[in-house]
Design a protein around this ligand. Structure first.
Ligand SMILES: Nc1nc2c(ncn2[C@@H]2O[C@H](COP(=O)(O)OP(=O)(O)OP(=O)(O)O)[C@@H](O)[C@H]2O)c(=O)[nH]1
Length: 335
């Protein structure tokens, strides 16, 4: 076990160099592997399945086929492992069992007083030394997680901000390449949508900036109710929002966007009839981020110039001759 001061410092430096959630998580896993040579290490995201019952949804890992004590035929061992995980989340404190072979430790990682992740480690045996190290690493990770999340979050709405866009698009692209390679496209694509409230300045000017903020928050509530968890939602600034819509057919995607637009129109009552213009483009692995943003933006501005309150897909506008396809310099740095 290499835990001299230099190694610890190097690991902490690596951990705190990370600026994105995925790489931060990977860095914690490799640091744990280096420090305590575990038999297994996992970081689980926590989903509370019912807010009323505060029921902890067990990760797939704990189902019988994947269970962490898969070699054991003893159901009570599996139950004990799952109970340790559940207790860690519900008590918001570290739980461990030295009775199980191998031993296990579950350490909660909190954000705003809620457990959002669990560091789960299987070891030959638990000692004061490795328990202390793991708790310390989890705490460093927890502190840094708060910073990374704050950096990627829009303060007013709680949506992702523009900084978070590049990494989410890269993740969508990786997924896309694997979908394309697996030849299971089935006409499903990721879609990029940029939308903007119509005449928002008029709303601000008529009812005040604070009322305008309320409108933005209401809009985000509608957005969250219509789009799915897999659809990444961003506020780029002002009244401009971006959606990375998870793989869907064009029909599915347009139905969802239309539902959003319709719900919005109905949502805010008679005082303000809120409408949006939505420009969309299909994400392909050979299109760079700036090309995608420019194409969706072109579709959006075409709508703004031709009446607002519509949804248009860039590729349709090009094939109808309403827009001409331009080549973009993909070296332009936009993030
Ligand atoms: N309430 C509020 N207003 C904002 C915020 N950020 C930017 N704005 C305002 O949003 C308005 C954006 O207007 P624009 O998008 O330029 O134009 P528009 O009136 O929406 O008109 P079109 O986009 O052409 O339909 C401006 O008045 C900004 O001052 C914010 O955080 N809160």
């Amino acid at each position: 076990m290499r835990t001299d001061l230099k190694v610890i410092l190097d690991s902490l430096v690596r951990l705190t160099e990370q600026r994105q959630l995925d790489s931060l998580t990977k860095s914690l896993v490799s640091t744990v592997q280096q420090f305590v040579t575990p038999l297994d290490v996992q970081i689980f995201d926590i989903h509370i399945s019912s807010s009323e019952l505060e029921e902890v949804a067990l990760p797939e890992y704990f189902s019988l086929s994947h269970n962490p004590y898969g070699n054991s035929n003893d159901d009570s061992v599996c139950e004990e492992a799952a109970a340790c995980f559940t207790k860690c989340v519900s008590s918001q404190s570290t739980c461990y069992s030295n009775d199980l072979i191998p031993a296990l430790i579950a350490i909660p990682i909190k954000l705003n007083s809620c457990v959002v992740k669990v560091l789960w480690v299987k070891l030959e045996c638990i000692t004061e030394h490795n328990l202390g190290l793991l708790k310390g690493l989890a705490k460093v990770f927890e502190n840094f997680l708060a910073i990374v999340i704050e950096c990627e979050t829009d303060e007013l709405t709680g949506l992702l901000n523009r900084k978070a866009f590049g990494s989410r698009l890269r993740a969508a692209n990786t997924n896309l390449v694997s979908i394309e390679q697996a030849k299971i496209k089935q006409l499903k694509h990721h879609w990029l949508c940029i939308f903007d409230i119509d005449k928002f300045k008029l709303i601000n000017d008529s009812f005040g900036h604070l009322y305008g903020d309320e409108i933005l928050l209401d809009l985000v509530r509608v957005m969250r109710s219509v789009f799915d968890e897999e659809d990444a939602m961003f506020r780029f600034g002002g009244d401009e929002f971006v959606l990375l819509i998870a793989p869907s057919t064009k029909h599915q995607m347009l139905t969802k966007c239309q539902k959003f637009s319709d719900s919005l129109y109905r949502f805010h009552g008679e005082k303000v009839r809120l409408t949006v213009s939505m420009g969309i483009t299909q994400i392909c692995s050979d299109k760079q981020a700036n090309t995608l943003l420019i194409q969706a933006d072109q579709a959006l501005y075409y709508i703004k110039e031709t009446g607002r309150n519509r949804i248009e897909v860039y590729e349709d506008l090009v094939s109808r001759g309403a827009l001409s396809e331009k080549k973009f310099d993909d070296d332009i740095e936009i993030f």
